[in-house]
Design a binder for this molecule. Sequence first.
Ligand code: SDX
Length: 378
Amino acid sequence: MSENPYPNYSPGLQGIIGGVTKISKIVSDTSSLTYRGINVHELAENGSFEETAFLLLHGYLPNSHQLSDFKQRMAAESALPDEVISALGLLPKHMHPMDALKYAYSLLAGFDEDYEAMDHDANVRKGERIVAKGPTVVAAAYRIMNGKEAIAPDPELSIAANFLYMLHGEKADDFTVKVMDASLTLYAEHTFNASAFACRVTVATLSDIYSGIVTGIGTLKGPLHGGANEKAMEMLLEIGDPDNAEEWIRSALAQKKKIMGFGHREYKKRDSRAIYLTKIGKEIGERKGETKWGEIASTLERVMETEKNIHPNVDFPAAYAYYLLGIPIELYTPIFVIARNSGWAAHAIEQLDNNRLIRPTCIYDGAEGVEWKPIDQR
Ligand code: SDX
């Protein structure tokens, strides 16, 4: 990184504390991630995304009665208004599904019965509706933009199972549903990542939670953030064969390229979510007899570690796990939205519960004392 001319300024706000939260915690040295104090791997392995979403929105794990009621609310709120389905049909077909998501959630705000309300309970109700509609928005937008009819959610299915059903038109097997469910938990929340912080900045002006979600979606789209999972799969497809991997990665590093799915601002060592998803991704490859993506991944991981001491982040294994599950590449980041809606909503609720406008200062580095000149003298 180039010399910083301003000692009390950190480029990219690296290491700068942006706020105080009770939602999640990263311990970089031990690569640990907890949601409301609970280890994310316990949640991913032993729980469900519904339990994770409830935990993030309400602050505690639900008991069986609370979980049952929550699932009923999710089911009741999972359908989209006809007007939103029609509006998705107006989108130019070349647009990325992430742009369709921004558009859909902007519209959905107007159909929310708590549209005007900004109290805590209304924000939690809106947060639940935002989470409930995520899978339907992603699946419907993709199908409509590809000339197919949207499929209505099945109220008997979990969020993960319903997404796969609404996307493909048939129910997925239990293993596929479990992988999708675990990936949603792993993707749900991650302290003050760029999109969560952007969401907090938005609602800190006392704007509404839907505006915060639209900000979050727009921020997550970038390849330095959530968009990396799609770029990582495009990279793996370009490499194509394990025999090409070593030469490809060494050439890319020699050209100073950023390798998508690697590195992280917060983790000094490994992203613990990547460790878990790598295991899953390679298991899927074994099950499907398609181990080459895991083999290419292992080579890239080895070279990145030995040459740059840089490790994969959550987006790298998620890429080939989703590919092996038959998920269209352009939906990898939208799936991140399905999960992260719960984290963003939790941050918006927390910010609004104890709000102060977020407005940093800056260092002026431009010209001084410039003389005004009439236009005929310029
Ligand atoms: C997510 O913040 C979160 O929590 C995000 C997230 C979440 O759950 O919300 O975890 C999700 O966004 C994961 C990150 C996905 N993005 C990518 O995989 C894109 C590729 N990664 C890099 O662009 C980078 O690692 C970042 C953006 C993730 C972090 O960037 P930083 O902290 O600003 O680090 P940097 O770009 O200043 O790099 C520091 C050094 C540089 O080398 P030098 O110029 O000092 O010699 O490390 C190198 C970089 O070149 N480096 C990489 C690299 N990442 C860092 N070199 C090659 N490939 C990489 N991926």
